[in-house]
Design a binder for this molecule. Sequence first.
Ligand code: ADP
Ligand code: MG
Length: 334
Amino acid sequence: MGRIVLDKVRKAFGEVEVIPPLDLTIEDGEFTVFVGPSGCGKSTLLRLIAGLEDVSGGVISIDGTDATMVPPAKRGLAMVFQSYALYPHMTVRKNIAFPLRMAKMDPSEIDRRVTNAASVLNLTDYLDRRPGQLSGGQRQRVAIGRAIVREPSAFLFDEPLSNLDAALRVGMRLEISELHKRLATTMIYVTHDQVEAMTMADKIVVLQAGHIEQVGSPLELYRAPRNTFVAGFIGSPKMNLITGAEARKHDVTTIGIRPEHIDISETEGAWHGKVGVSEHLGSDTFFHVQSDVSSEPLTVRATGELSLGYGADVYLTPRAEHLHRFDDKGLRIA
Ligand code: ADP
Ligand code: MG
């Protein structure tokens, strides 16, 4: 069980309202990601759910019970902290067992839970080591193990991978997704990284300045962003947003077209432009093209085989079926 409902939850620090009244339902077993730029209120929202901050208004219910005033330890949720929060002088076994020992649980039950968690996390052979004798990924797993042994109804993660190097981040992303499939427990995961959000989430909650811009599955947000903020935030490289005369041709204020939905040709096309910087990733090439339709360069994603010199004349054609249209308030026009 782990259904979490926020009903008009708000948070102010003194005079400053960081989270205006907000409604959100997280279904049991769902992997929900809160994503948004730094300072938008992701951690605050997570801490409100955990009970580490008091709400300034509204109701938080967990599995149908009002938990708004319930202390953190009694909410049945487990927060996963970054791996550097491990005790360096304790073995892996003791680190994982720590919250249970604090709760004075029966030693045989502690043993059973630690053995289970270690097996789920492939840490069985490392239980007698200390954190200093582990890799970064293994240390992160120990931090997760400490949450697993509490058998929570939901796991709360606050940017757990932000201090790991890029390769390890990708590996841990997969491990956490895999863990979610195996445990089928509700997970709420906070990140500012839209790639993490896209790759891990069942449901993404895009936040800006404490309010929800959009809630949806990764592909819903990719295909039909509700406004220009979500359009620019979800997808990598970012969607091109074009204002001015070209947008007016479509009777709107802004048109959006993703880099992967523009065809590039040296001979013909809708928009003329000149190639600026090219980024060769091997699998793809990203061309930054200064065009007649936008003061900002347009990003175009082409195959990795394509090579065009700096300053080359090119023609771009947006694929009509992938054109996004937004009104003067930045809202999507269906
Ligand atoms: P995020 O996790 O999305 O980066 P936070 O939830 O940490 O954002 O912060 C949201 C806003 O709330 C920020 O403007 C931050 O300065 C403010 N804030 C967070 N905690 C406190 C606090 N204890 N007192 C005052 N302001 C805070
Ligand atoms: Mg934060």
